[in-house]
Structure formats: structure tokens, C-alpha cells
Write a protein that binds this ligand. Sequence first.
Ligand code: LLP
Length: 437
Amino acid sequence: MSEEQTIGPRSRVPRHPTYPKLRQEIAGVDVASLAREFGTPTFVYDGARIVERIEDLRAFDVVRYAQKACSNIAILDLCRRHGALVDATSAGELHRALAAGYEAAGHPPPIVYTADVFDAESLDMVIANGVHVNCGSPDMIDQYGRRVPGGEITLRLNPGFGHGHSRKTNTGGEQSKHGVWHEQLTEAVERARRYDLTVSGLHVHIGSGSDLEHLSGVCGALERLVHEAGESIGTISAGGGLPIPYREDEAYMDVEAYYALWDETRKRLERALGHRLTLEIEPGRYLTAESGYLVTEIRAVKTMGSNTFYLVDAGFNNLARPVLYGAYHPISIASTSGDGSDRSTREVIVGGALCESGDIFTQEEGGVVRAQTLLEAHVGDLLVIECAGAYGSVMGSNYNSKPMAAEVLVRDRTPYLVRSRQTLDQLISNETIPELG
Ligand code: LLP
């Protein structure tokens, strides 16, 4: 953190979430009926929660949703209708943003392409559609400048430090591949000038699942960098990285205190530059994590020595966060026989259906299996993995030839199928057997 900025005086009483052990309803819809209608495994999203989270951040001039967290076009459409703009990091994400009704260009840009590389397709696509680009490498400046001389870009900077919930989600510092290195800012601005490109904004994203203290340190760093880049800067972006509490003993981040720090930074810069600055924030997880529930069915209950396992019909092909980062997710049970109120608790390891021993939803970083206190449950009961709306479905795969799960969006107690379960024929539809002589 920089010396002149403190979070203390503004911090309010921390708020904590509650995660029930028994969950018969999601957003007012019976879990068992969702499973009957849409099958399992299915991601169910509570749209109201996403809208609430966008509202939390309304003080920022622009809430730009980092769609990498959950890019179903129905979710993008919901964000768009509630005033969030969008970030894209690939041709596919650009395609999704356009399909969800975002205009390609405008002020502020409805879609921003932020990446460290252009592949041929994404470069062609941003140019064809006039999408704003936020360059994370000097090579991107060259590649864009050659094609669009006289254009406008922003720069994603690596401030020399970073922080995330895991080493794999820290995006700052010398170990990170992300952004233009902060000491090369002047050089990057000069490089842009060679193509007559205006650098109209600076952006910093230090990592995902960070915390208020580390995120606040970005204000000071960006302030110094804006002074260095000079008068052309009209937009500053705080990036994403806002955490959510995956455990009941973790508190919600004080987003008002965070906004206040950024607003002070922005105002100081406005005085120094003599013009208005647009302040953006670019959250992914914060908007969608809590809205999502992965509804699975318990297909086997077995004991291994002293351990009890519930084995469900989802796997790390559906939710990779535990196997990748040792991430913790709250888990609840939806009873399919009775209201479940008489169930006692037990220590359980939850495993998936994949033929790989790492396919465990209750594990710590490094693959250490850990039991979680869940309700007693039987084959045929439903098991709900909570806070699965961010980096859940989007990181899904077809490993073990498992079809991609269905996705359902609940609005006003009505569930809408927004992605049908992949069929077995779709699974092999891009494959061919060569006709060999
Ligand atoms: N902006 C940029 C440039 C990013 O790279 C990211 C995330 C975000 C915004 C949004 O970050 P968020 O607000 O969601 O923390 N798969 C990991 C997270 C990877 C994040 C990648 N970039 C996970 O499951 O925790």
C-alpha cells in the first residue's frame, strides 16, 4: 500500500455470508424440480444476485464485466441490461459480447479487448468491428499500430507487484506474463507514437481473488504511472480481482472504502491533469461467483477405511477450481426424500465421476484430500456446490468425454434453460475418421 492511502477510517463492520447445509431452493425454485427438469450436473444462476452485485459497484463510472468468469450469453445480456459494459480476451469472447447485444464501439467503449497477445483472428475481429484494445505487450502496440495508424489504445500495465488467492492467479510482478512492465511505460508510449496512436488510458489488474489491502496498493502505483504517461490519459481502470467470501468466516470486501480510495486518486489526478477522468472497474468473480450453483446428484456413497465419500455425477470437467487451486467451495445437500430437516451431519469427502484420483471437490492446494462437514445423504439426493458461478462452467472440459453441463438462469422464480446439455453426438461432431486406403 502507498503511504498516503489508508483503508482504516472508512472500514465498516465486516459482513459475512451464511451458507446453509440444507438447500431445498435456489432463488425460490425447488432444487429437486430443477434437477428433474434439466437433469444433472447443471449450473443454476440466480440472476438477482448478479444485478445486486452490479449495483454494489454503481459508484464507479464504468463497471466492465470480465466475462471470462462466466460468459454465457444470457448472463452477458443480463449484465448489459443492467448497465455493465464488458471485457473480452479472445475472438470467442468478442463473438459472445456481440451476440449478447453489446455495441462494438462507442464512448466509453462497450467492449474492450484486453490481452497480452493478439491471435490472427482476434486482431482481424477488433479491427473489423472497431473494438477498443487494451494492450498488454509492446508487440500488441506494433501489431495494432501497423493496421490502425492514428487510432487510440489503452495500456495494461504490470505495476511490479501482484496478489491473488493462489500463485496461479497473481498477475503482477516479474514472474507474471501479464501487462506492459511498469518501467517500460515511457517506451510504450513512444512506440505508440510511431504509429500516431493515442494512449487514452491506463489499466492495472494485479490478480484474482486478492484483498482490499493489496488492491488498494494499486491506486498509488497507477497514480505515479498516469503522471508519467501524461495528458492524453482520460480513463483509469482499477482492473478486477475483488474477492468474495467462500467461507462463512471470511468477510465481504468493503467496496465503498475501495471506491473512496480510487475516487480520491482520480480527483488528485484530475486536478493535476486539468481534465476529467473516467474511472473503471473490471470485476469477474465479484459479479457472478455467488449467483452460481452446481447441482449434482449423489450416485454412490462409500467408505474407505475411516473416510466416507459421496460420489457425484459432476467432476473437475465441470468445476476445476478445487483440483487447480485447492479452492474451497461451500457444499449443501438437497434432500429428495422428505424435507431433510432430520438429517444429522458427518465428515465427508466429495468426489466426482472422472477416472482420475484428483477428481475431488474437497481438497487443499497440492491435492491433499480434506473432509467437509455435510448433511447425511443417500444415493439419489442432490449435492449443490455453491459459489460456482465464476470460473465454473467457463473452465469446463470434455475430459473422459463428459458432455458440457446445462446452464439455467433463474429470473423472478422462473428457471430458463440458457445452455442445453451437450449431446453425445455434439461431443464428436467436429471429429472425422480419415479414409485410409
Ligand atoms: N481483468 C483481467 C485483465 C483479468 O485477467 C481478470 C481475471 C479479471 C479482470 C477478473 O478478475 P476477477 O475479478 O474475476 O478476480 N480461474 C481463476 C481466476 C483467473 C482470473 C483470470 N483473470 C479462479 O478460478 O480463481
